[in-house]
Ligand binder design. Sequence first.
Ligand code: NAD
Length: 368
Amino acid sequence: MEDTFRFSDDFGPAHITYIHQPSLALKAIVVIDNTACGAAIGGVRMAPDVSVEECFRLARAMTWKNAAAGLPHGGGKSVIFGDPRMAEERKEQIIRAFARSIENMIDYIPGPDMGTDERSMAWVREEIGRSVGLPEAVGGIPLDEIGATGFGLAACVDVAREFIGLELKGARIAIQGFGAVGKHAARFLAKKGCVLVAASDTSGTLADPSGLDISVLIAMKQAGRSLREYERGTKLPPDAILDVDCDIWIPAARPDVLHGDNVSRLRARLVPQGANIPCTLEAERILHELGVLVVPDFIANAGGVICASMEYRGSTEHAAFEYIDEQIRQNTRAVLQQSRQNKVLPRLAALDLAKSRVQTAMRLKRWH
Ligand code: NAD
């Protein structure tokens, strides 16, 4: 009993479901964490090795992210065990079968995550009538293509900079990871006058203190080329992005890239977190003590999920952008003001904000 309920606390999880369909070798886990704010939105991850604990932690992170973003949604997550590079036909069969088995879990709205994409969500929608992150052809807002998360990051930076007296005109940015989040963050920040002085991908770091041409880099990535192939600038190893002298350092690649042993290498004043959990808590504490302003992931990178939620309600791309801008500005300001006032890490202030929204919603439920 104790072991089965080892993740249980005052917030959830409401359901942990194991799915096994031997004839298809389908194995999956669904965690619906908390639905006080509304039906849970959370990605479907396809990976060979995700534990139930990790699935729960990801679901809980969605509870906070959705609540902090003021969305009428709780948090959930699911994992289908398998290699996402499996043959397309088999993948479709597995995902459709998974969709069928969650048909009655009406409190859970699946979205894309690592190993699944908008096509997968189209299959899910056809099977059970609900999913987010759909292809445009079936009513989706292509959030990675339009750069919903990068746009939100730029709005976050625009507010956070006031707290450290940083002018965006001429501010130097360095971005780790030049994918869906990183490249659009660069593009939207450049519109505000920032200069991209370094960017990295798995091939290495590209640096030029006089500024990199963002549209050339985006075109190169779109053509499947790596940043190293850019003809100017200095080429360095991937890790060298940490040492770049800049004002704003944006993690937009992998989790835990900043930790106790490397965080002192950073030479920036502001770190808006594009990636999910890019810093260990220890690294965030060290940065806080050094006076570097960190805006936590679930505040700074909520643009994508806000867009998905707007798509679910049949909204337009234009309205989604307006709401992302308004919500992320408001949340960044609230969190940084609380952090300053109560002298706590921005992450703790952000958690307080999210928790109090969930608690308020929980008090409106029948059993509270
Ligand atoms: P992506 O796959 O489009 O891009 C990731 C980029 O990171 C690629 O350019 C890759 O080359 C690079 N990369 C990988 N490992 C690296 C390393 N060690 N050093 C430097 N670069 C490296 O992914 P994405 O959608 O941009 O997501 C990036 C991060 O942001 C992930 O943590 C994701 O969970 C998070 N996130 C994404 C969204 C979204 O809307 N896409 C929303 C919220 C959070």
